[in-house]
Structures are given as structure tokens and as C-alpha cells.
Design a protein around this ligand. Structure first.
Ligand SMILES: NC(=O)c1ccc[n+]([C@@H]2O[C@H](COP(=O)([O-])OP(=O)(O)OC[C@H]3O[C@@H](n4cnc5c(N)ncnc54)[C@H](OP(=O)(O)O)[C@@H]3O)[C@@H](O)[C@H]2O)c1
Length: 226
């Protein structure tokens, strides 16, 4: 057995005494201005800074911290179970081996996807960064509806969660399109068709798209904290 030491917790003051390969910047974008003074001039030029701050751009980090080697990444909450997905992009100063090492690190929390265009990180934020909350929102709505129709909380929760899990596993193991999968369940004149027809008539699909665009817009606005 060998013990692998993966990281040390240090204060910004100790930064001057060591040369870390990677520094992860994980404060809220709103807090970024307040951490700049404690980091400015202390980050070794050889270190790669991985920022997971929503909306804060690579050019902002380069300007405010006077550093070049940056990865901008957007993980999501299932990272805590190793089931996350992280979108990331990098400054042009990084080599292929730097990118490879960053991808290995980011993949320890799930999957990692590289984006050439930095602007797509705001889309990653809107889709997978915020995505778990949309999922919980939908689950919550279904459980509430079951309760309104007379089912108890525990059974409602079990039915909805197992339905989500089973449906995801089907989706993940089939080559059928999502439209085909809906058609399989929604037989003509049946119960599912009645529900889907109502969702379509209400424009729920369009509202979901609009909601995600709001999230992207907010991600872009967070750059104001630069
Ligand atoms: N939450 C998500 O699902 C998610 C997903 C993707 C990306 N992100 C990004 O991750 C970042 C952190 O989000 P979060 O939800 O994890 O926020 P959080 O729970 O508030 O964590 C922020 C951390 O930053 C520390 N911090 C704040 N100011 C500091 C300072 N001046 N010096 C040193 N440490 C400081 C806080 O320490 P204290 O607790 O001691 O105050 C806390 O540990 C954000 O930029 C967000 O955009 C979050």
C-alpha cells in the first residue's frame, strides 16, 4: 500500500513559500474582488489556476491577478458523488499536457468536456451547472401533484424518484430518440397523451428554453464582479 498525498490546505500568505502545480479558485463571483488583494503577486507563473467562478472570464482573471495560465471550469453539484460533469476552457498559454492534467483532475468528480469557445461556458453554466436544480424542480412538481391527487408523501416520493431513475436508465441504454421514447409511453388517446397535449398547449417546452436563457444571461452578468 502506498499513500498518495493529494493536496494541502494553505493560506494565501503561504503561497509565496511553495509552488503549487494547480490552484483552484472556488469562491463565489461576488467574493472575487475581495480575494484579489490576498492573491495578487503571490501566484507562481508556473502554476495553473483553475477557476470555477461562474461568469468570471479568463481575460478578467489574467488582468486582475496578472497571471496567464488559467483554466475556467464549470462543474455541477453531483460532483460530490463523483457523478458531476464539468465544462472547461483554457487560456492559450496552456500546453496539451497542462490540459491533459487538468482534465484528469476535473474528471475525478465525474466527466469533463473541453470547450474551445469560452463563450460556451455561460451555456454550460445554464445547462449543467444549474441543471440539477431544474431536475429537482420537476421532481418536486410531480410529487406535489401526486399529493394533490391524494397520495401520501413517502409513496409519492418513491414513485417519482424511481420513475426518474428507471427512465434515465432506459434513455441511457437506447438508440431511440427522445420523441420516440415519448411516443412509446404516450399511446393514442391515452393518459400520457392527455398530459403531453396539455404541456404542449401551454408552451412548457418554450418556457423551459426561456428559463435556461435567463440562466445564461445571468452567468454573463456575473462578469460584472470582475
Ligand atoms: N454550487 C454549485 O452547484 C456550483 C456549481 C458550479 C460552480 N459553482 C461555483 O463555485 C463557486 C463556489 O460556489 P459555492 O456554492 O460552493 O459557494 P460557497 O458554498 O459559498 O463556497 C464558497 C467558499 O469560498 C470561501 N471564501 C469566501 N470568501 C473567501 C475569501 N475572501 N478567502 C478565502 N475563502 C473565501 C468560503 O469560505 P467560508 O465558508 O469560510 O466563508 C467558502 O468555502 C462559485 O463561484 C460558483 O459559481 C458552484
Amino acid at each position: 500500500m502506498c499513500e498518495l498525498k493529494l493536496g494541502n490546505v494553505i493560506t494565501p500568505n503561504e503561497l509565496g513559500t511553495i509552488t503549487p502545480d494547480v490552484i483552484i479558485l472556488a469562491v463565489k463571483p461576488q467574493d472575487f474582488p475581495s480575494v484579489i488583494p490576498s492573491l495578487f503577486g503571490k501566484i507562481p507563473s508556473s502554476s495553473v489556476v483553475i477557476s470555477i467562478m461562474g461568469g468570471i472570464t479568463i481575460s478578467c482573471l489574467q488582468k486582475k491577478l496578472q497571471i496567464n495560465r488559467i483554466i475556467r471550469a464549470m462543474p455541477n453539484a453531483p460532483a460530490e458523488l463523483g457523478m458531476g460533469i464539468t465544462g472547461y476552457t483554457a487560456s492559450s498559454e496552456l500546453s496539451i499536457s497542462d490540459l491533459h492534467r487538468a482534465e484528469q483532475l476535473l474528471s475525478t468528480t465525474g466527466r469533463a468536456v473541453y470547450f474551445e469557445k469560452e463563450s460556451l461556458l455561460d451555456v454550460v453554466t445554464a445547462i449543467s451547472g444549474s441543471g440539477p436544480a431544474y431536475f429537482y424542480y420537476f421532481v418536486n412538481s410531480m410529487i406535489r401533484a401526486a399529493r394533490e391527487m391524494g397520495m401520501d408523501e413517502a409513496t409519492s416520493s418513491l414513485l417519482v424518484k424511481q420513475t426518474m431513475l428507471g427512465s434515465f436508465l432506459v434513455l441511457n441504454s437506447t438508440s431511440q430518440s427522445l420523441d420516440d421514447l415519448i411516443q412509446v409511453v404516450a399511446s393514442r388517446g391515452g393518459t400520457t397523451e392527455a398530459a403531453i397535449a396539455y404541456l404542449n398547449a401551454q408552451g412548457v417546452d418554450r418556457h423551459i428554453a426561456e428559463a435556461l436563457k435567463k440562466a445564461k444571461k445571468r452567468a454573463q452578468e456575473l462578469s460584472e464582479f470582475c
